[in-house]
Design a protein around this ligand. Structure first.
Ligand SMILES: [Fe+2]
Ligand SMILES: [Fe+2]
Length: 502
């Protein structure tokens, strides 16, 4: 795992035409988020030198905020925003995709992925007072006052008669079965496969009795959030699922949106305050994504679909920065994290478009945005009792509690076996935006704005078959100074303000 990361970093520096000193590499490897640090280092060096020395890394670290406390508890998780500059309109913090898999054996590659997930999330749980007597699974002993473990949920089953839950959880040292009594507080939130949890255990007397889960801790986001770093009156607009190339792309609604952003609509002051457009994937409809899709396509060639998207982007004012990530309809490998779109499909796009991986974390004027397309809704919605496509923000809360966007392996969301799990939510965002559900949802959770951005495609026959009723042509306009939100509806003859706040 560590050597994979080392090779990956060396390859990264090579790509940037930098020779990295062994001591510098050593230091980078001991830090949190070594890849982001490496990017910072490269930015710092610029073209001044072909070398990256230990001194340069030390200088980059000195310029950062103090490192997060080792084994830090929730309270110690310093807000990322503390080191972000509101003066910088756009700052890329983390791309989920960190290059092609390095391990050659698929099993070893997936092991490295899950190890990376476990390590990243265990770090958020370690040191919490709710997890006293924390011990590796292998060293767990029955103590009078109980003990705690941090583990990845590998299996959940119900006992036939009493309907208690039996969890199998793993850490790096081993595997253990524990009992979650029916109707106990810990049983209220569904345990999802491959999520990482902290368990406080009590030991029942008697042979063969499983340790009982007294309480459950999830990585979660900190309670205390500080927002309001952006200058007042700066806003971003959030869209998703344009599906350009589809017969049901909403040409008129898009035209109205473009006119609104150009200041030709009823509220030019609001439009003028917007400087970023975020599009959360499914930029085009693609080809061969679902059975007999060709009947729904207005543009049958995928490169032509992207060229048309470029023309649509040109209808928006040039002063806007358009931030895009791909979705499952886009022309990149569907395994997540997905890489950014290849350059050959974006030739001819205007220069104000940023093409990022899915997911990506970036700061807009110091406000941290995590953008993820949302393919994992297809796995999480069936797995969580009561969850539905009509209320995707409920599932997004669960993502924040797990600090993971797509934990379930082996179902509908293919996971790429990268050495670093790029679907872990870190840093904790101020705004989590998704799409994919083709509905529209706004909610707040512990100060984080949850946004399921709407689609610019009306209903297709395929969606009807799957019983999804879309809520199209809504746009969320977010004030980055205070995360206040207004929703605009572009589905009628003229834009309508349909709601303020959440
Ligand atoms: Fe979509
Ligand atoms: Fe999608």
């Amino acid at each position: 795992m560590a050597s994979d990361l080392r090779e990956h970093l060396v390859a990264f520096f090579e790509e940037q035409h930098k020779l990295v000193e062994a001591g510098a590499l050593q230091l980078i490897l001991t830090q949190n988020q070594p890849l982001i640090l490496s990017k910072e280092v490269v930015e710092r060096v610029g073209s001044a030198s072909p070398f990256v020395t230990r001194e340069i890394v030390e200088a980059a670290l000195a310029g950062r905020r103090p490192a997060r406390a080792v084994g830090g508890d929730l309270a110690a998780e310093a807000p990322t925003s503390a080191r972000l500059s509101p003066a910088l309109p756009f700052e890329l913090l983390r791309e989920g995709y960190t290059g092609p898999p390095v391990a050659t054996q698929p099993i070893a590659a997936y092991e490295a992925l899950f190890q990376s997930r476990f390590r990243q999330l265990a770090r958020l749980l370690r040191g919490r007072p709710q997890l006293p007597g924390l011990s590796p699974v292998k060293e767990l002993r029955a103590f009078e006052g109980g003990a705690s473990v941090i583990g990845m949920v590998r299996a959940v089953r119900e006992t036939p008669q009493r309907h208690h839950l039996i969890l199998t959880v793993d850490d790096e040292s081993g595997s253990i079965e524990v009992l979650v009594p029916r109707d106990s507080p810990g049983s209220r939130t569904t345990f999802l496969p491959d999520e990482v949890v902290g368990l406080h255990l009590e030991f029942a007397k008697g042979p063969g009795k499983l340790p009982r889960v007294a309480s459950v801790e999830r990585p979660d986001v900190p309670h205390a959030r500080s927002v309001g770093r952006a200058p007042s009156g700066v806003r971003a607009i959030f869209l998703s699922d344009l599906h350009v190339g589809s017969r049901s792309f909403l040409t008129e609604s898009w035209g109205q949106l473009a006119a609104f952003l150009r200041g030709e609509g009823p509220n030019p002051e609001l439009a003028a305050s917007i400087d970023h457009v975020v599009v959360a994937g499914d930029l085009v409809d693609g080809i061969g994504i679902y059975p007999r899709q060709e009947r729904d396509l207005a543009i049958a060639d995928v490169v032509e679909q992207y060229a048309e998207l470029g023309r649509r982007f040109r209808e928006l004012p040039e002063r806007l920065t358009i931030v895009t990530i791909p979705g499952n309809h886009d022309a990149v490998c569907p395994a997540e994290p997905q890489p950014a779109l290849p350059a050959n499909v974006s030739t001819g796009w205007p220069g104000n478009v940023r093409i990022l991986a899915n997911p990506s974390t970036f700061a807009l004027h110091g406000v941290v945005v995590e953008a993820y397309h949302g393919r994992s809704f297809d796995d999480l919605i069936p797995a969580i009792p009561g969850a539905s496509y009509a209320r995707p923000t409920d599932v997004m809360k669960r993502m924040l509690q797990m600090r993971h966007l797509a934990p379930i392996y082996g179902d509908r969301t293919p996971l790429a076996p990268l050495p670093q799990d790029g679907l872990v939510i870190d840093p904790a965002p101020d705004i989590l935006v998704t799409g994919h559900a083709h509905t529209y949802g706004v909610d707040r959770y512990r100060g984080v704005l949850l946004l399921n951005a709407s689609t610019w495609q009306s209903e297709t026959e395929y969606q009807r078959m799957r019983n999804i009723s879309p809520v199209p042509a809504r746009a969320a306009v977010v004030d980055l100074a205070n995360l206040g939100l207004v929703t605009l509806d572009f589905s009628g003859p003229s834009p309508v303000l349909v709601g303020a706040g959440a």
